[in-house]
Design a protein around this ligand. Structure first.
Ligand code: ADP
Ligand code: G3P
Length: 534
């Protein structure tokens, strides 16, 4: 490692680092799709205090999914205050909490008024498919192939730009704000940093490359906005947040309120990149799969982006600086629906009282009873990119029980992960020998065993599953020198892993996966060309 990298990220020299033996703590805001959290980590990566709040999900029409931007911020603030209260109750001193990192759901799009700082519409969530027609017409536009090559993402409903263009076409308040030069657009990291810094008071307007890369405005190699992309989307006049490193002493400002008023924000990563950092997948060839609302497999490809030819995305793993090894790219397989299908069984179908009970329900039967559930609630993302599929259960007979549906639901994410691993092998030329996992749904032993069975390699689950938050804490801690090199992080969360090893024969694996492939084929085209109601 070069001298300055050895001295920490972004100039936090060893001299600057706190040399006293006083314990130091780092806070992590984890703003996910279904809940906000604040966790406080010690230097050994242990969680000493945390608070979690589930917030409202709005589904105003089929395929639409919104959040209230104000509730996003207030839930985060409440989590901070709750966790800090318990931290203080344990006898810790506030001054020992040195910095805060942020990690967030990506692509979700917020628009607000520059003068008032107030949202102009609900946040359009990454899963939202209202822009399907718009995305289809963008794909027909001259230069669409070049666009994907520059930013690493396929044109679809998924990136922020589709949501933003929908807002500009359909919401008068947004159109008016644009005319008056008052329109501000940001992903959730930008919105949170802006609001937590006091909004219009300080006007901190930034994003890190792992988040900015999900808008479709960023040149993946240069980590800066690209005029060709803005031109393509006809958004030349749009002011965009400044792209700054994922770990930075000054760029993200500090908290203007809460019990942590004055504490610096020194790290910021999109949640999938944060999970990668939390799993310490710092080097090429390492990967992780996070089973949250969706499921995202990221594979570290090294210091240059690799463009997929098999349905994967190219993205930024993390950007900790210019030194060798400090900026890495990843190939990503994005699954739109994972834990959300479990929530669907609980909240919409009432098959159980809570998510963790779905696994138990699935265990009441020996297998899926011939059912395959293509959980295409938002179409199918990687590696298929089928926007006209919708959730479909195949193979239902009079024999089918709730348990079979529960099992087929859990299996769907495992099958899609298999499809992504196959695509990743084709893109990278290498096969994974073990899959590191995390996220809410990985708490289901049955799902993780099924995953190992279907991909035919061991699945490794860490003892501490809050790897996304840990990644944000690491980004923040590296900036201020709590940890100085990746080697300092070696011991963190490395003990007590659970290994799930494949237990089925290759023949059975192929048969089961073959059924899934057939179901995906059959789910295509459900919506047809028209997505609007007649
Ligand atoms: N024991 C479990 N079995 C299956 N799914 C679970 C379990 N526990 C949580 N989940 C699912 O995990 C998701 C929450 O995971 P989390 O990592 O917190 O996601 P997010 O960051 O997207 O909010 C929910 O969709 C929930 O249904
Ligand atoms: O809410 P999660 O954890 O499934 O992650 C959301 C992703 O960032 C969307 O790209």
């Amino acid at each position: 490692m070069s001298p300055s990298a050895a001295n920490g990220v972004n100039g936090a020299s060893a001299a600057q680092a706190n040399k006293s033996s006083m314990p130091q703590f780092i806070g992590a805001i984890d703003q996910g799709t279904t809940s906000s959290r604040f966790l406080i980590f010690d230097e050994a990566g242990n969680v000493v205090s945390s608070k979690n709040i589930e917030f409202s999900q709005y589904y105003p029409q089929p395929g639409w999914h919104e959040h209230d931007p104000i509730e996003i911020v207030s839930s985060v603030e409440q989590c901070i205050d709750g966790a800090v209260e318990s931290f203080l109750g344990q006898g810790h001193d506030l001054s020992s909490l040195k910095a805060v990192g942020i990690t967030n759901q990506r692509e979700t799009t917020v628009v607000w008024d520059k003068i008032t700082g107030e949202p102009l519409y609900n946040a359009i969530v990454w899963t939202d498919t209202r822009s399907a027609d718009l995305a289809r017409s963008l794909k027909q536009r001259l230069g669409s192939k070049e666009v994907s090559d520059i930013c690493g993402l396929p044109i679809s409903t998924y990136p922020s730009v589709s949501k933003l263009l929908w807002l500009l076409e359909n919401v008068e308040k947004v159109q008016e704000a644009r005319r008056q030069g008052r329109l501000v657009f940001g992903t959730v990291d930008t919105w949170l940093v802006y609001k937590l810094n006091g909004g219009t008071e300080r006007n901190v307007f930034v994003s890190d490359p792992t988040n900015a890369s999900r808008t479709m405005f960023m040149n993946l190699e240069k980590l800066q906005y690209d005029d060709r992309l803005r031109d393509f989307f006809r958004l030349e006049d749009l002011e965009l947040p400044k792209i700054v490193r994922s770990s930075d002493l000054k760029a993200y400002g500090s908290l203007a309120g809460t019990k942590l008023k004055g504490t610096r924000i020194t790290g910021c990563l999109g949640d999938q990149s944060a999970a990668m950092v939390g799993q310490k997948a710092f080097y090429p060839g390492l990967a992780k799969n996070t089973y949250g609302t969706g499921c995202f497999l990221l594979y570290n490809v090294g210091e240059k982006p690799v463009m997929s030819t098999h349905g994967l995305l190219a993205t930024v793993a993390f950007d900790f600086g210019d030194e060798p090894g400090q900026r890495m790219y990843a190939l990503e397989g994005s699954i739109a629906v994972a834990g959300s299908s479990v929530k669907f069984l609980v909240n919409r179908l009432g098959l159980a009282g809570k998510s963790s009970e779905i696994s138990a329900l699935a265990e009441t039967v020996e297998d899926n009873g011939g059912c395959v559930f293509v959980t295409a609630f938002s179409g199918l993302f990687a590696p298929y990119w089928i926007d006209d599929a919708r959730g479909t259960v195949f193979g239902v007979t009079a024999y089918t029980e709730k348990g079979h549906i529960a099992r087929a639901t859990l299996e769907a994410t495992c099958f899609q992960t298999r499809a992504i691993l196959d695509a990743m092998k084709k893109d990278s030329g290498k096969a994974l020998t073990e899959l590191a996992v995390d996220g809410g749904m990985c708490n289901s032993d049955l799902t993780m065993q099924t995953q190992a069975d279907i991909i035919g390699i061991p699945v490794s689950r860490p003892a501490m599953r809050e790897t996304t938050a840990l990644g944000a804490a690491i980004a923040a801690g590296l900036a201020i020198g709590v940890w100085k090199t990746f080697d300092d992080l070696k011991g963190i969360n490395s003990e007590g892993k659970t290994m799930f090893t494949p237990r089925i024969k290759e023949e059975t694996r192929q048969y089961r996966y073959g059924r899934w492939q057939k179901a995906v084929e059959m789910s295509k085209g459900w919506l047809g060309e028209a997505t609007t109601k007649l």
